[in-house]
Design a protein around this ligand. Structure first.
Ligand code: IMP
Length: 218
């Protein structure tokens, strides 16, 4: 099996009952199930870090896509550092942050990149690793990559914790993927619904009640 292949999370076997895990009381009625428990996320992130270190050819600029990517980014960078200090390839890291917004409630909208040309110039001639929480339609990443490539980086790779199995996909597939998930709206591990649920450790499926409770009324 290709070690870079993602873990395929399908809805039948990966829908854990909320009762089997510790869930913050304030979210209990807003969730329908645990899709990926926190411990499994961490183990997978460790493996992705090892693959990234093995394949790195020089210093890496690790670029966090905020806000949803911040937890994956923090854990990934920690595991990369551990792998390097435990005898993996020596990979010097520098860290950058980009802010992107494309969702209102659970509907994908126009992609807003807060990335100036001045900031992009920093990427010239560098090996960039973009760290994203989830690829859904793929629109955000295709737009971000198009912008970065105009500024002649040496290389650009993408690590996404999740890829959603959706018929709306534009076909974009990142270089490193943690899990392929069913076509549902998920929250937790810094993924949000209108800024809620970032303080939840497991990746969970939001319930209909949760969508209503935390909906933004336009
Ligand atoms: P895309 O442009 O459709 O690929 O959407 C990517 C962005 O949408 C991600 O960076 C997330 O911020 C957000 N997103 C997509 N699906 C979900 C989800 O299920 N939960 C939370 N955020 C999501």
């Amino acid at each position: 099996m290709d070690p870079k292949m993602w873990i395929d999370v399908n809805s039948e076997s990966f829908q854990y009952s909320l009762d089997h895990f510790v869930i913050p009381d304030h979210y209990e009625t807003a969730l329908s199930s645990v899709l990926i428990p926190h411990g499994v996320i961490m183990d997978r992130v460790e493996k992705l870090a090892k693959l990234i270190v093995q394949e790195a050819t020089g210093p890496l600029v690790v670029c966090c896509v905020l806000k949803g990517g911040h937890q994956f980014f923090a854990d990934l960078v920690n595991y990369i550092k551990k792998n390097v200090t435990r005898g993996g390839n020596s990979v010097p890291l520098s860290l950058e942050f980009i802010k992107v917004k494309s969702y209102n409630n659970d509907v994908s909208g126009d992609v807003k990149l807060s990335l100036t040309d001045e900031e992009c110039k920093e990427f010239q001639g560098k090996n960039i690793l973009i760290v994203e929480d989830i690829i859904d339609t793929g629109k955000t990443m295709v737009q971000l990559l198009a912008k970065l490539k105009k500024f002649s980086p040496e290389s650009v790779k993408v690590a996404s914790l999740l890829i959603k199995k959706t018929p709306l996909s534009n076909g974009y597939i990142p270089d490193y993927v943690g899990f392929a998930i069913p076509n549902a709206f998920v929250v937790g591990y810094a993924l949000d619904y209108n800024e809620y649920f970032r303080d939840l450790d497991h990746i969970c499926v939001i319930s209909e009640h949760g969508k209503e409770k935390y909906a933004v009324k336009n």
